[in-house]
Design a protein around this ligand. Structure first.
Ligand code: GDD
Length: 337
């Protein structure tokens, strides 16, 4: 199936938004691409592998569980990757308040198993850990950079700090080429429906299609630095092409409230969000991250990476895609006044 000389990449979380974009990007670079998936995904490809439809025949999937070191070890030993991208996690912050234990177990142990398997089997393999701006949490400074102190506000954030430190420790203790990406929020038409951006753009599409007249949302005042996922996976790859491993903030350097996102998304479809959005106290988090704004200067300087898609273009792409999915004409306006 694959030529002998190709570099091999192994991606955990390949079925997700970032994993699917990364797999496409690496195929484009000539990599042999392998992915770790849960057995249930292989048994239910129509739903769980949908984001990989276009490239399914060009990648190889391996069933393993992030809760089992033995299964991860076996995949790493079979594939013997040159580069490993560890993206898999319980990544929905809200859910981490409902089930703290499984978030911590899956995210921390899963990362530790991946690191240990790589170190034990293919110590020269380069390793990427998907860190998160949620690690900054109640941020002590704005904007946040690689030197900003972590103050996570959820077990999700805590699990990401642990993964970050594990990766750094493997780098320092065992000489692993392990890099941490500190990625700020990144979205696309492939975003899961539980995250606020997709919830909003799919909600707009449902209103346009006449299927709904209300969208329930939580805190509209939280501020996020939203970029395009397709561009953020390029930064992951760039990190592993550097001679020395390091940690990098990946962000746009612009922050917007959830309210601004809602207003723009409805506005692009010629609608006023105030007519549709209903506040729902149940959707507020016990501890909120109020402001995230990233300073990606190091990535720009060392990786030559910069974001390309602006806020309005991102919202527009998502609204248009969700309208198309429901078979309705987006009628997206050229510019919101
Ligand atoms: N999900 C959701 N649903 N969020 C809502 C809602 C709602 O109905 N209403 C308001 N929000 C607010 C949340 O309180 C939060 O402040 C903000 O919208 C963004 O929430 P999410 O889209 O769920 O993303 P997140 O910022 O919590 O986390 C995402 O970004 C991180 C990077 O900073 C996830 O992708 C994480 O996995 C990632 O690490």
């Amino acid at each position: 199936m694959f030529a002998m000389s190709q570099s091999k990449a192994l991606i955990s979380g390949i079925t997700g938004q970032d994993g699917s974009y990364l797999a496409e990007f690496l195929l484009g670079k000539g990599y042999e691409v392998h992915g770790i998936v849960r057995r249930v995904a292989i048994e239910d490809p129509e739903h769980r592998l949908a984001r990989l439809d276009a490239i399914r025949s060009r990648i190889k999937l391996h069933a393993a569980s992030l809760e089992s070191y033995a299964s991860i070890h076996q995949v790493v030993a079979n594939v013997r990757p040159d580069e490993c991208y560890h993206l898999a996690a319980q990544s929905f912050v809200s859910y981490s308040f409902d089930d703290e234990f499984s978030t911590l177990n899956a995210n921390i142990n899963g990362t530790h198993y991946m690191l240990a398997a790589v170190k034990n089997v293919v110590p020269q393999c380069r390793f990427y850990f998907a860190g998160s701006s949620e690690m900054f949490g109640k941020a002590e400074e704005v904007p946040q950079n690689e030197r900003t102190r972590f103050h996570p506000r959820s077990t999700y954030g805590i699990s990401k700090v642990a993964g970050f430190e594990l990766t750094r420790n493997y780098r320092e203790a065992y000489g692993l080429h392990g890099s941490n990406g500190i990625l700020f929020n990144h979205e696309s038409p492939r975003r899961g429906y539980e995250f606020v951006t997709r919830k909003i753009t799919s909600g707009v599409a449902r209103v346009v299609a006449g299927r709904s007249s209300e969208l329930r949302l939580g805190n509209l005042d939280a501020k996020r630095d939203w970029g395009h996922a397709r561009e953020y996976v390029e930064a992951m790859w760039l990190m592993l092409q550097q001679e020395q491993p390091d940690d990098y903030v990946i962000a746009t350097g612009e922050t917007h409230t959830v309210r601004e996102f809602v207003e723009l998304a409805f506005g692009l479809a010629g609608l006023n969000y105030r007519d549709y959005v209903a506040p729902d106290p149940e959707l507020f988090r016990p501890a909120e991250v109020n402001v995230l704004l990233g300073d990606a200067s190091r990535a720009k300087e060392k990786l030559g990476w910069s974001p390309r898609t602006g806020f309005e273009a991102l919202v527009r792409e998502m609204v248009e895609a969700d309208c198309r999915l429901l078979g309705v004409e987006p009628k997206v306006r050229a510019r919101v006044g």
